[in-house]
Design a protein around this ligand. Structure first.
Ligand code: NAP
Length: 311
């Protein structure tokens, strides 16, 4: 087995995983990146990124990810379209079951990110792919000339609503409160857009159209008055945040009440040699640049660990 023991494996190919890959590859550790269920992570399904330093005109999310991937590959990072099924962190080297085989590694960088959150309504789940979506950039095109709704009050919801105005004739932005988490600039843009109508203090009770297998509308409830109403739309986009992809480490690493991996000194988990970075451990900032920052930290910790414990 010893010939096949890796110095480091990186779970996830978003901003944090790719930054960790660049750093560990430049340290000659030949990292293996398991690309995961959503290769490229959240940036790969976003549009213009305007706040990543170094791009005065902004850069498209997928392009930024592609650049990072090429940068890591140039220094020897390996990529594999695979995802973790289970891990045994109690033995050394760590054992990673990826379905087709078990990999062994001295260190592990968990950069598995977070996935879109759903409302959890049975009617919503039944209509995913039939008018219900969590990815405006993937599915917006299908709603040309139609009226749609976006759910949420954070930056994701604003970004989705603004993007969807390219296709839809009208975008209802439905938020359960009348205060918004979104940054001022994004909220102002959404409020100023002639195609976007804000609907506050409102929750979705049911997505209509399950029998017809396409979204026909939403049954809404005003949380202030209790009054119900029907909104006729052809699509519903979720922009209500994300869930960390860390369930497979429950019992082996410390997770907080919402499932984020708990870390100390930014990226250290309770198992020496295992580091977590990016959105799987950051419930506070969740930015591309902070994910890149912690990816860098995790890589530097891996280098230090291998120096101290031998390769
Ligand atoms: P977020 O800031 O956590 O906002 C989630 C929104 O969804 C909140 O308004 C929340 O309502 C609502 N929500 C959550 N669960 C809900 C439910 N079950 N039913 C109805 N509404 C629900 O998440 P985010 O918008 O994805 O943003 C995450 C981070 O990424 C933030 O730091 C944000 O700044 C960043 N981001 C930045 C950009 C950008 O700069 N261009 C774009 C996207 C994301 P409450 O407010 O009532 O809790």
């Amino acid at each position: 087995m010893s010939d096949n023991i890796r110095d480091t494996v990186i779970l996830g190919s978003g901003c944090s995983g790719l930054t960790a890959a660049i750093y560990t590859a430049r340290a000659n550790l030949k990292p293996l990146v398991l690309e995961g269920h959503e290769p490229g992570g959240q940036l790969s399904i976003t549009t213009l990124v305007e706040n990543f330093p170094g791009f005065p005109e902004g850069i498209q999310g997928p392009q930024l990810i592609e650049n990072m991937k090429q940068q890591a590959a140039r220094f020897g990072a390996e990529f594999r379209m695979a995802h973790l099924v289970s891990a045994d962190l109690s033995r050394r080297p760590f054992a990673l079951n990826i379905g087709s085989e078990t990999l062994h590694t001295r260190t592990l960088i968990i950069a598995s990110g977070a996935s879109a959150r759903w409302l959890g309504l049975p009617s919503e789940q039944a209509l995913i792919g039939h008018g219900v979506s969590s990815c405006a950039t993937c599915d917006g095109f299908f709603f040309s000339g139609k009226e749609i709704a976006v759910i949420g009050g954070g930056d994701s919801a604003m970004e989705e609503a603004l993007f969807l105005t390219r296709f839809a004739t009208k975008v209802y932005l439905i938020h359960r409160r009348d205060h918004f988490r979104a940054s001022r600039i994004m909220l102002d843009r959404a409020m100023a857009h002639p195609k976007i109508q804000l609907v506050t203090n409102t929750v979705v009770e049911e997505v209509l159209g399950v029998e017809e297998k396409e979204v026909k509308g939403l049954r809404l409830r005003n949380t202030a008055t209790g009054q119900e109403s029907i909104l006729h739309v052809s699509g519903m986009f979720l922009g209500i945040g994300h869930e960390p992809n860390a369930k497979m480490f429950a019992g082996q690493l410390d997770l907080d009440e919402d499932g984020y991996i708990k870390t100390q000194n930014y990226v250290l988990t309770r198992v020496p040699g295992v580091y977590a970075c990016g959105d799987v451990q950051d419930r506070r900032y969740r930015q591309a640049i902070t994910a890149a920052g912690t990816g860098c930290m995790a890589a530097l910790e891996v280098e230090k660990y291998l120096e101290e414990h031998g390769r």
